[in-house]
Design a protein around this ligand. Structure first.
Ligand code: FBP
Length: 556
């Protein structure tokens, strides 16, 4: 196999463990903390998780290893979207498992959670693992979005575990996958299967975080990758001085990715979906606020700029959500067939006009035709509009253009506006993990095995104090049930890990809010450049501004 020079170099990178895990397996012991309660709905969660609820938080520390000597056969699953560092979780898990007992076995279930149900697997050995150390992607075993949530699936999983003699499963995933990990752990415990379940917090979206989990892995590398690209575009923009770049970034509903990129690059505009929802902003209010920046810059001779748009923003615009709900209703069941039979767009438009309320029709009418058509073309298997596929970067640039033309007609604006569009998502999800993610992920995997070895189940591998050097990181575990509350999902009350959206009173947003007017009207761009893997720690090991601001370690 041919290797790029960086690939070769990264194979030999030794990820940094938290100081307390460095002295060797024989010298790691447990310090039990306090019993835990779920963040909300305690009685309901307790009733649903009688065997795994209320357990103690734990940390590891230096001391004699008192875990029971037992051969471990561990199954590992990668779940959901790719996030840089997944391979290091697997290699950290493997190294701790083999350091404890060379006869221990690590099995990787292929293609995500479905691999467990279909018993599609690979057994890891040194040669195999070594090809994936410190590399991006999930291609070591693949990933998938099948949810492990039904009793039928759990029964099959029990049989598969029995067949392989599996003692523990590690699920590497986001909030949903770790919720399912907790449910599976409870099932295994209730049925005396002897199989433990440990979760690891993954997602580039950054929305799996709480008072215990400081950040999900992959967020650091993905946002650094997008920030590099945004910085490069800003440099081009500041050189050519002729385009406004509208850049959509991934992140699903939460705007953590957009906010972190804004903190890293200081663009002219960054929308924050959570703020849009809080202020109940309309499309035209948003368009007007962007147009204000375009006009202010044009007045200073700067007919260029950069606007960052979070992937999920349109869902947070109340009038737009209402429009989507009405469209879903309009095309429910057989009505879709009647609509699809209409031959021309103008016939379809008349059908839509008749079916929507006046209020929603006025929102629909201001959308560019391509977006209007997208709303009726891209539908999920249930016939619903797929909001995530809406090209919101194009939507907002078109709306801004309209506002500017209106202002021009009134003699209020006299600039040029040439928009270009980008979408950054997949570019960052499989990047070589930054040193932070390489170290964090390896530690999460290593730590997950320590939790297994000490007999814990229904725990999330927890590594904290992350804004400090790795030496000072704290390794331990937190019962997943502590992070749960009851939410309404698909018409049912479900126990779920609460998704963390951007907090408008949090330090990262406050910093952004304090600076955005200056960034909007002037050129304050930062150019973060490419992720650095080798060199001084203050360049290579820096984590996100979000985390630094949250932990009070940010230096301006
Ligand atoms: P996870 O929540 O599974 O970590 O995935 C995150 C994400 O990258 C989102 O940012 C994005 O909206 C989505 O996955 C895209 O999913 P897909 O890979 O199925 O296109």
């Amino acid at each position: 196999m041919k290797l790029s020079p960086l690939q070769k170099a990264r194979y030999t990178y030794q990820p940094k463990l938290p100081g307390m895990l460095r002295q060797g397996i024989e010298e790691i012991c447990v310090k039990e903390g306090l019993p835990t309660e779920s963040v909300k709905d305690q009685e309901k969660i307790k009733a649903l998780f009688p065997n795994t609820y209320g357990k103690n938080e734990i940390t590891f520390q230096k001391g004699k290893n008192t875990s029971k000597a037992k051969k471990q056969v561990v199954g590992v699953i990668l779940s959901g979207g790719q996030a840089p560092g997944g391979h290091n979780v697997v290699s950290g898990l493997y190294d701790a498992l083999k350091a404890t007992n060379k006869d221990n076995v690590l099995i990787g279930f292929k293609g995500g959670p479905s691999g467990l149900i279909e018993d599609s697997y690979v057994v890891f050995d040194d040669e195999f693992i070594n090809q994936y150390r410190n590399t991006g992607g999930f291609d070591i075993i693949g990933s998938g979005r099948t949810k492990l949530e039904t009793v039928e699936q759990f029964k099959i999983a029990t049989e598969v575990c029995k067949k392989h003699g599996i003692t523990a499963i590690v699920i590497i995933g986001g909030d949903d996958s770790n919720t399912n990990a907790a449910v599976l752990a409870e099932y295994f415990a209730a049925n005396n299967t002897g199989v433990q379940v440990i979760g690891c917090p993954k997602t580039i979206d950054g929305d799996l975080k709480n008072e215990d989990i400081e950040c999900s892995f992959g967020f650091d590398t993905a946002t650094k990758t997008y920030s590099e690209l945004i910085g490069n575009i800003q440099r081009d923009c500041n050189s050519a001085k002729k385009y406004w770049h509208f850049i959509k970034v991934m992140g699903r509903s939460a705007s953590h990715v957009a906010l972190e990129c804004a903190l890293e690059t200081q663009p002219n505009i960054c929308l924050i979906s959570e703020e849009v929802a809080e202020k109940k902003m309309s499309l035209s209010e948003i368009a007007n606020s962007i147009a204000d920046s375009v006009a202010a810059r044009a007045a200073k001779g700067m007919n260029y700029g950069v606007a960052i748009i979070p992937e999920g923003v349109v869902e947070f615009v109340p009038e737009f959500s209402k429009l989507i709900a009405e469209i879903n209703e309009l095309l429910a069941g057989a009505k879709a067939e009647a609509f699809n039979k209409l031959g021309t767009w103008s016939e379809k438009y008349a059908f839509i006009e008749k079916g929507l309320t006046k209020e929603s029709m006025s929102v629909f009418a201001i959308l560019p035709t391509t977006i209007q058509q997208q709303l009726f073309l891209e539908r999920d298997p249930h016939g619903n509009v797929q909001v995530s596929l809406i090209e919101s970067e194009k939507l907002f640039s078109a709306l801004v253009k309209n506002v500017l033309e209106e202002r021009r007609a009134k003699g209020q604006y006299n600039g040029k506006f040439n928009p270009l569009h980008h979408f950054f998502g997949y570019e960052g999800r499989c990047a070589f993990p930054s040193n932070f993610d390489a170290d964090y992920c390896y530690s999460l995997g290593y730590n997950a095995f320590m939790l297994i070895q000490y007999g814990y189940t229904g725990y999330l591998s927890k590594v904290s104090n992350l804004s400090k050097p790795a030496e000072e990181w704290v390794a331990g575990g937190m019962p997943i049930t502590k992070m749960m509350n009851i939410e309404r999902r698909h018409g049912e009350d479900k126990p779920v890990i609460r998704k963390a959206l951007v907090e408008l009173d949090g330090a990262p947003f406050k910093y952004f809010e304090a600076h955005r007017k200056e960034w909007a009207e002037n050129t304050c761009y930062l150019y973060p450049g490419a992720i650095q893997y080798y060199g001084p720690a203050e360049v290579c090991d820096l984590t996100t501004r979000t985390l630094a601001l949250e932990k009070g370690t940010f230096k301006d």
